[in-house]
Design a protein around this ligand. Structure first.
Ligand code: ZN
Length: 143
């Protein structure tokens, strides 16, 4: 199996069997809703932050396989991280999909599957939508 096939498999697995899908819609959770009109992606992400730790990340929405699978991968990666680590990982992910940084597999784990997006500028918004949601949610919670 070559690397591109492996990455495609990661993306399709998370698309078909998303982790942490479904919103809690309850009080300690903070929700951010964003969309990407160029593709029709529409996503809600909820976070629960306590004691400086991202305790839980939930997501739900409609969109393409890149967008929805990326929400699942993001939720798995950021759950249990400190707010500072989460913010750093979000920036690392942006750097990778924009082609500004080499993929850091140790930090980004399965999220390195989206490195190929750098060659498809129209899909960068799909890959980053969930990360924009969680970035905004952390900002708002931390204020
Ligand atoms: Zn999309």
């Amino acid at each position: 199996m070559d690397l591109n096939t492996l990455y495609r498999t990661v993306i399709m697995d998370h698309y078909k069997n998303p982790k942490n899908k479904g919103l809690k819609n309850s009080d300690p959770y903070h929700m951010v809703h964003l969309n990407n009109p160029s593709c029709g992606d529409d996503l809600k992400v909820e976070i629960l932050v306590k004691d400086g730790i991202v305790q839980d990340v939930r997501h739900d929405g409609r969109g393409c396989s890149i967008c929805l699978s990326s929400a699942s991968v993001m939720s798995e990666l950021l759950k249990g991280k400190t707010v500072e680590e989460a913010e750093r990982l979000i920036q690392k992910f942006y750097g990778m999909v924009k082609g500004e940084e080499q993929p850091d597999e140790e930090l980004l784990q399965e999220a390195v599957a989206y490195q190929g997006v750098r060659d498809f500028p129209a899909r960068i918004k799909c890959a980053t939508l969930a990360w924009k949601c969680v970035e905004k949610a952390i900002d708002e919670v931390e204020k």
